[in-house]
Design a protein around this ligand. Structure first.
Ligand SMILES: C[S@@+](CC[C@H](N)C(=O)[O-])C[C@H]1O[C@@H](n2cnc3c(N)ncnc32)[C@H](O)[C@@H]1O
Length: 280
């Protein structure tokens, strides 16, 4: 049974990191004329009301996108991300937050392709209503780890895979590694981006090292820590993104972004970031 609903977390610090990096990568992919395919293995609902009862329950977006909304000192890559969130909102007020499929839809060109997997029946229905009828977009209500096999390599041999599971059970960590290993055998030159939570679990701490071992041609790892776990060691201290075959421009872009996000999104004095890479 799927208990996780991204609507509770939309626009939080983890979404800010993930979607800022996603927009950087898509802008880079758009620099070449050749069409590409984006595969979002865990797509979510596509868009979220920040006024609704889910987002309002804990108000996580108030410590995420809301802290950036009125700032006039955004680094260019963060400004571009916030501009996409503004594009998704009809007025000047922050009322809606776009999910990864919506960011991709805003940035992809008509010749590019988007493949979305979402297992939760309600979120799949909402996702379909957002993006379903567009040309070049296909939405599946099946398992994204399994579905990836049929999506790589794309015919143009250009593509980005976003893997953003909910890590509800322990199984997701192992499935991330196994499905990426398989996808890399089919499509070694693809760009792969994995999001993971910074929580007190051995699997989460070990995931970046396990992903490094899959990436002989180069990787980038960015992590943003914004808060302390609670007294019992629970809670989302921060999150990370790990990219295999990242754009060569990404490290320098994030070197300007991460200190800023640490400063603006940090909720305690020990807020910090990590940025490391091994170039091809
Ligand atoms: C973290 S959310 C995705 C958020 C989205 N990528 C974004 O950035 O806006 C994870 C989603 O994966 C869905 N999900 C969980 N297991 C799945 C699976 N095996 N295949 C496809 N979707 C799955 C959940 O229902 C949830 O909506």
């Amino acid at each position: 049974m799927l208990a996780y609903r991204h609507a509770y977390h939309a626009g939080n610090h983890a979404d800010v990191l993930k979607h800022t990096v996603l927009t950087c990568v898509l802008r880079y992919m758009n620099q070449k004329d050749k069409p590409y395919r984006v595969v979002d293995t865990h797509a979510g609902a596509g868009g979220y009301s920040l006024q609704g009862r889910y987002a309002q329950k804990k108000g996580e977006y108030e410590h995420g996108i809301a802290r950036l909304w009125e700032r006039d000192d955004l680094p260019p890559s963060v400004a571009d991300y916030v501009a996409r969130v503004r594009e998704f909102n009809s007025g000047a007020k922050l009322e809606q937050y776009p999910g990864s499929p919506a960011f991709a839809r805003m940035l992809l060109r008509p010749k590019d392709q988007l493949r979305l997997f979402e297992l939760h029946p309600t979120d799949h229905r909402i996702l379909t209503s957002y993006v379903g009828a567009d040309r070049g977009i296909e939405v599946y209500d099946t398992d994204g780890f399994d579905g990836l096999k049929g999506q790589v390599p794309p015919s143009t041999k250009r593509g980005l895979v976003l893997m953003d599971p909910s890590y509800e059970g322990h199984g997701d960590y192992g499935r991330v590694v196994a499905s990426l290993r398989d996808a890399l055998m089919r499509f070694a030159e693809g760009v792969y981006m994995v999001w993971y939570p910074q929580v007190s679990k051995l699997e989460a701490a070990q995931l970046p090292k396990r992903l490094e071992a899959l990436a002989p041609k180069g990787w980038l790892h960015a992590r943003l820590t914004v808060q302390q776990p609670d007294r019992l060691g629970f809670g989302l201290a921060g999150s990370g993104v790990f990219l295999i075959n990242p754009p060569y421009t990404l490290h320098d872009e994030l070197a300007a972004v991460l200190p800023y996000l640490t400063d603006v999104l940090g909720q305690y004095d020990g807020a910090n970031y990590l940025l490391e890479q091994r170039a091809a």
